[in-house]
Ligand binder design. Sequence first.
Ligand code: HEC
Length: 102
Amino acid sequence: MNRLSLSLMLCACAMFAAPTYAADAVAGKKLAGDSCVDCHGDDGKGDDESPGIAGMSVDKFTKAIQEYQDGTRSKSPKMTKEAKKLSATDIANLAAYYSTLK
Ligand code: HEC
């Protein structure tokens, strides 16, 4: 392998590794449809048991899910179980989606 192709390769890796990942609200919407709407409603407005989550800021949303994951927020077994299924990418995508809802 010559120097040029090596540096191209390193460059490509750096691009994927860099934290420039743009959250994907469309993927978030799809995941929400599969995993969240049963409790939080189609439009994230919530129901008698589950709080409304539409319009939460990305920061607030991300923090809430992370706290369910590490058990520092609430002992809600339902939401803890849901949160534990989510990857960092899932959370970013869901945050992007729910923050756009009113
Ligand atoms: C089985 C029902 C259920 C499902 C499915 C569910 N949730 Fe929840 N969620 C809850 C309940 C109940 C709470 C409130 C728990 C508590 O006491 O903190 C909650 C709380 C939350 C909160 C915090 C809201 C606030 O006002 O701080 C967020 C954010 C959230 N859920 C996001 C999600 C996302 C995203 C999904 C899909 C991946 C999801 N939930 C799936 C029941 C559910």
